[in-house]
Design a protein around this ligand. Sequence first.
Ligand code: NAD
Length: 362
Amino acid sequence: MIYTIPSQVIYGQDKYDQVNQIIETLALENVLVITDKGLLDLGLVKSVMDKLRISNYFVEDGVMPNPKDTYVNEVAKLYKDKAIDGLVAIGGGSVMDAAKAINVLLCNNHDIAYYEKHPVLNPGHKLFAFPTTSGTASEVTGVSVVTNSLEHRKMVILGDHVKADYAVLDPSLTYGLPRHITASTGMDALTHAIEAYVSTLATSFTDAHALVAIKEITEHINKYDSEESREKLMYASTMAGFAFNNAILGLVHAIAHPLGAHFDIPHGVANAIMLPEVVRYNYDSSEKFRVIENILETNNLYEFLKTLNTQLGIPALSDFISPENFEIIANSTLLEPSLHMNPKAVNKKDVISILSQTYGVI
Ligand code: NAD
């Protein structure tokens, strides 16, 4: 068995001193900062960059949620001749994934779609990821999720060179995260932990991280005003990443990806919406659901998750799609790689039935 975490994780007191020591050792001179406009306007980018000893940097702030292939290809072309020697990603999963993909393209020769099917041969520049949401754990995974804009599907680009070298966990970057984004990104992290825990690739190593993450996320996700809870949520989200980077995911993500790619539903919202019915579908296939129930002190995980979604104000599937869209989602779901790690086999009828139950039409 192999257990991999591709990034060094820096967290706790004095972290910026530690980051600066690394920056000095690397002697970075020309750094590309990837972020989005919202975070730039909020001052979060400035608050990080003011603490880093990097004198010369460009800011690229055009990342949109569910980042597209066209965007990362364009940005890489723009900066390929600018002698970039390091990257800093400040943002949520969209920003971190875009940064990982751009880094691949800066140091290799094809457009991003090529690397869905081919290995990334050359390592990228050193990449520092500062997550500002507690959800995707992209800061510690060997994966970049990029939307194929022609085919309306999410491509999973993976490999040893698709990563952030340094994950810098500064919970204060999430103190101002709006409640609805805290809720949906937190539910993304919970989905990672649950899917990794019941995955067919789960091991004792992934189980340990997944179970801690499940407990901590459910305990802290809705304590929006507590800095301690924001910190716990950030660390738990990263631990869920340790788990799913190795055990991979399952049916919730296999449905959430097409929901994001076809209808631009925010990733965490799509996961939160689908999680209860998928848990109900999978429930009898793994004793591990009973372990989760014990930890959460409930005898009905499905009802627990439905109630949690309601408390968090997660929107309904009907807010985004209509039943005539089920067919296209089901067809795309069956092509998703994470389906193979789901603890129970799935066919098209099953997916349509899960969508229908989630939607409330049966
Ligand atoms: P996001 O990065 O798309 O951000 C959502 C919104 O939150 C944006 O408008 C952003 O500006 C805002 N935001 C982020 N941090 C903020 C803060 N501190 N304060 C105020 N606003 C803030 O959301 P996400 O859920 O973090 O990322 C989703 C993406 O990550 C999807 O594309 C998904 O496919 C991908 N993903 C990747 C992995 C991986 O391992 N690489 C895993 C799961 C999901």
